[in-house]
Design a protein around this ligand. Structure first.
Ligand SMILES: [Cu+2]
Length: 184
């Protein structure tokens, strides 16, 4: 994020009130940070007017398509990926190095989850079936309650095991995590 110093005074960075869904959590609006602008004014530096070009994974051939499902049991407070709680010794997805995969990530719950994967960033293709046209690298995406997203990811450079999981701490700690292994 790039910002230019505002006029002298105090500027607040706030998060607005937010609910993650009927069985989720609610948060009030609150101030995250206060920026104090003071002193002699500077000549502002130019801000970039566009993003650097990147590879567009929507044009890649897809080596593998998968469905990844996030769900939960509200009675037991257990959280699942593809119906299973995390097992550090289990490989849930095997992917081939230097291939592009397309994952349809579904959320069966009445609250949002946050898909997060380590190592290789992905690009978002659609949200609830609506094409998403901005191409940027991201390592998290919000899964709408009772909704789904489609992402594409290229497994570059690194062989080995790493996790993907819900980025809400209480959910990943209670099982919402799985392992990828990238192989030749
Ligand atoms: Cu979650």
């Amino acid at each position: 994020m790039l910002v230019q110093g505002p006029p002298a005074g105090r500027t607040h960075l706030i998060t607005t009130a937010y609910s993650t869904g009927p069985t989720g959590d609610s948060y009030p609006q609150t101030t995250l940070a206060t920026l104090v602008s003071a002193g002699d004014p500077m000549t502002p530096a130019a801000l970039p007017s566009k993003f650097a070009p990147i590879d567009d994974l929507s044009k890649d051939p897809v080596a593998q398509r998968r469905v990844i499902t996030f769900s939960q049991n509200d009675q037991t407070n257990e959280f699942y990926i593809n119906g299973k709680q995390f097992d550090v010794h289990r490989i849930d997805v095997r992917a081939r190095l230097n291939t592009t995969e397309e994952w349809r990530v579904r959320n069966l719950a009445n609250e949002q989850h946050t898909f997060h994967i380590h190592v290789n960033d992905f690009q978002l293709m659609s949200i609830n079936g609506r094409p998403y046209h901005f191409r940027g690298w991201q390592d998290t995406v919000q899964l709408p309650a009772r909704g789904e997203v489609v992402i594409r990811m290229r497994f570059r450079d690194f062989l080995g095991k790493y996790p993907f999981h819900c980025h809400i701490l209480n959910h990943e700690d209670r099982g919402m995590m799985a392992n990828v292994e990238v192989v030749r």
